[in-house]
Design a protein around this ligand. Sequence first.
Ligand code: PEP
Length: 250
Amino acid sequence: MKPLVAGNWKMHFDRAGARALAGDLMRSLPAPLEAAEVAVFPPFTSLAEVAAALSGGDVTLGAQNFHPEDSGAFTGEVSLPMLLDVGVTRVLAGHSERRHVLLEDDAFVNRKVLAALKHDLLPILCVGEKLEEREAGKTAAVVERQVRAGLKGVPPERAGDVTLAYEPVWAIGTGLNATPKQAAEVHAQIRKLLVDLWKEGGRGVRILYGGSVKPENSRELLKTPEVNGLLVGGASLKADSFVRIVRAAG
Ligand code: PEP
């Protein structure tokens, strides 16, 4: 399976900055992209600009957030039809900042996954334990709960449209990354859960690693069993570091 490298730009860049970064990626990434798939997740205000800058290339466009309803009285929210309208093809669901800062629970994350699939958008379901949960020996239980709850009601025939991302919360934006051994343990557990849920279909689902991925650690993480790509925050904000990570993927 081709690795996926996804760049989460979080709440960074005005339109000019986002356009400049997308343009740099278009100039610096190999074209066509053969060894890896690449997606970027700009803020809402830059989605249309970035869609235009990426047009004709292989880098795909993702959105960091959305509301599961198609329309309605949800002040401040953005729906999937709106995202489709600007060319988005992938969406994040369950990112730790949405779970722990914006207080989205497992049930809401599940609604988002199901809504994305209903609109034929490809969700990346993010899961991962907090530091206190790891220290209390609860990593496996937390990850299992988030995977099972997040994927509730997703039929096996949609397995190919889903991507998982293991992102230990203590590793996100902290400079601390999981060791390949820690990542391998949790990725193997997630693979087992996916096979348990979807049988053979679960074997083809990508499981990304995320959490302080940098050019310096990306190659080793990508060699780790069951790591099928990377979700990159900080290091995706500069073309040079993101391109080095993509090149490490192939
Ligand atoms: C993320 O935003 O999903 C992430 C992993 O961030 P960082 O790479 O900065 O830790």
